[in-house]
Write a protein that binds this ligand. Structure first.
Ligand SMILES: Cc1cc2nc3c(=O)[nH]c(=O)nc-3n(C[C@H](O)[C@H](O)[C@H](O)COP(=O)(O)OP(=O)(O)OC[C@H]3O[C@@H](n4cnc5c(N)ncnc54)[C@H](O)[C@@H]3O)c2cc1C
Ligand code: SF4
Length: 548
């Protein structure tokens, strides 16, 4: 690539990577505090919201702080939670847990059911009205450094062929240079991952943990719609040693968001999160909801689950991590968007103050020092043992102990101190020899579906003639270990059917259908040898979610 033309450069005060709730909140706050700042947001989706997938029941604390007038505006935040239910599921029955038993922090009273993608689109209009420049369709593919400090990012070149050579439509990427760069890439951000490694930001912290969340959006028959109903479950169809559960949210005009999260520390390589989700929808508690309805959309995305003890150091010379690039999800509440926004606001305040003092490209260490004492730290502190207890004790005991500990923390103490997560999710997978393949029921085409017809509903599209964005470091190891020892779990954990093992002249061959990738990042997290790295494909590629 040495003979490519030099990149053009643009200078800003602050560059923000990612137009999710964290990045947009940071952009808005910067312009509220210092209207003259030059602020740009780059977003790899073809438009803002195209790559956003969430539940979502949102705690409005982030919005309240950022845009206190939002309740009087025309926003996509329309359905208040009116009924909040939590169930344990068995194969045929369901047990509702009384709301009185639930720790108060689990209550959804005062929260709203939304499409987070639509909320981001609306936030983008507010940001642009304040003078923020937003560039959708551009993936930040490289961090720029100057004297060891981050000095901005470069967007990827467009129009490079599979063979690495420029095609007729070749356009060189741009350098977006900044005094401070905020990384708001969400769970398992590719540049954030590299920064965490380069600046050893995770040193002394527990490993980050993740789940994979799969979601469908349905339009249901009007008589089945219960606007404001929020329903969560745990138990069936997962076995007692695999963490996860479902969500079902009724909102807007006859819409239902239904989804399933599987914690990625599962051990059995035969587990297929996609098929667990499809099976869940057949449970008697929920199946009638979809009678006479229509599935509108499908997608999947990793969610951070490490919580308080896994948050890396947030600041490094020239930049900072915000939102789920750092991992601020409150796991038992399944909520991260409020903390994403609050961390964007906090980082923006510190960046604006530093710029006002004439500082540039140094470390915003006061931002890192501030989050634990902020509402984000208080939110995560109380639930810090919920995930480790679930992982160590299994579903029933783990949830009971986690509930007790959350009650205790509400009163100001903990029964367990601060527990550790231990292994990474990649390290939790065990060899296939210890397990039997799982026979999942086939799709019926009405309530349950196959992967390919599902991916079709995500409107995923990638330019086919481009370098691979799913990089297998050592193909020989993939055969020897991922295939031979672990029975090819990528075929099952990938929610988009990207990975296949096929017989080729008597030998296994790894096929990568990269054009189907919905950018969930699970392969980058769960491959047992960490042999797969996800890098951004050409900007604009990936899913085109309308309202997930
Ligand atoms: C299935 C599921 C259900 C959830 N349910 C809820 C819920 O009910 N309530 C709740 O509050 N939270 C929920 N969450 C968590 C919530 O969605 C996240 O905490 C929140 O979206 C994090 O915001 P973010 O801005 O940090 O990242 P994201 O929302 O992930 O946004 C990141 C943005 O950055 C872009 N991007 C990434 N890398 C690059 C790059 N290199 N260049 C350019 N652009 C890039 C992405 O395309 C994306 O638009 C859920 C998550 C999942 C997966
Ligand atoms: S290839 Fe990886 S990032 Fe893409 S959909 Fe499959 S698991 Fe997710």
């Amino acid at each position: 690539m040495a003979d490519l033309p030099a990149r053009e450069a643009m200078e800003f005060d602050v560059v923000i990577v990612g137009a999710g709730p964290a990045g947009l909140a940071a952009a808005i706050r910067l312009k509220q505090v210092s209207p003259d700042l030059g602020v740009v947001v780059v977003e790899k989706g073809s438009e803002v919201g195209a790559h956003i997938l969430s539940g979502a029941v949102i705690d409005p604390s982030g919005l309240d702080l950022l845009l206190p007038d939002w309740r009087s505006q025309d926003t996509p935040v329309r359905t208040a939670v009116t009924d909040d239910r939590f169930y344990w599921l068995g194969p045929a029955g369901a047990l509702r847990l009384p709301n009185l038993l639930m720790p108060p922090l689990m209550s959804n009273h005062g929260n709203y059911i939304v499409s987070l993608g639509l909320v981001c689109r609306w936030l983008a209009t507010r940001a642009e009205a304040l003078g923020v420049e937003i560039y959708p369709g551009f993936a930040a593919s490289e961090v720029l450094y100057e004297d060891g400090a981050v000095a901005g990012v470069a967007t990827g070149d467009m129009g490079i062929g599979k063979d690495g050579a420029p095609k007729d439509a070749f356009t060189r990427g741009m350098e977006l240079r900044a005094k401070y760069t905020l990384f708001a890439e969400g769970a398992r951000g590719s540049l954030s991952k590299a920064l965490i490694e380069k600046f050893a930001l995770a040193e002394g912290r527990e490993p980050q943990k993740f789940g994979i969340g799969l979601k469908e959006l349905w339009q249901v028959a009007p008589e089945r719609h219960r606007p404001g109903l929020v329903q969560h479950s745990f138990g069936w169809p997962l076995d007692g040693s695999t963490g996860g559960g479902s969500f079902l949210y009724h909102f807007d005009d006859n819409l239902v968001s239904v989804g399933f999260v599987v914690h990625l520390n599962y051990a059995n390589p035969y587990i297929s999160p996609f098929d667990e989700f499809q099976r869940f929808k057949t449970h008697p508690l929920v199946r009638d909801t979809f009678d006479g309805g229509k599935r509108l959309s499908y997608g999947a995305r990793a969610i951070t689950e490490g919580g308080y003890q896994s948050v890396p150091r947030l600041a490094f010379p020239g930049g900072a991590l915000i939102g789920c690039s750092a991992g601020f999800v409150n796991v038992p509440r399944i909520k991260g968007s409020h903390n994403a926004m609050l961390s964007g606001i906090l980082a923006a305040d510190h960046a604006a103050a530093a710029l006002a003092q004439g500082r540039a490209n140094d470390e915003l260490s006061a931002y890192d020092a501030a989050w634990r004492g902020s509402p984000i730290g208080r939110d995560l502190w109380k639930v810090r043992n919920a995930k480790p207890l679930w992982s160590k004790l299994g579903t029933t005991l783990g949830i009971a102990a986690g509930g007790l500990d959350m009650w205790a923390n509400t009163l100001g103490f903990s029964l367990f101190g601060t527990m550790r997560h231990g292994k990474s999710d990649a390290g939790s997978l065990k060899p296939a020899a210890g397990f039997k393949p799982i026979a999942y029921p086939g799709p019926d085409g009405r309530l349950t579906f196959d992967k390919l017809s599902s991916v079709f509903l995500s409107n995923t599209n990638h330019e086919e003639d481009q370098p691979p964005h799913l990089k297998v470091a050592d193909m020989e190891m993939q055969v020897r270990s991922e295939h031979d020892v672990y029975a090819g779990p990528s075929q099952r954990y990938c929610p988009a059917g990207v990975y296949e093992w096929v017989e080729d002249g008597g030998a296994p061959r790894f096929v990568i259908n990269a054009q189907n990738c919905v950018h969930c990042k699970t392969c980058d997290i769960k491959d047992p040898n960490r042999n797969i790295t996800w890098v951004p494909p050409e900007g604009g590629g990936g899913p085109n979610y309308a309202n997930m």
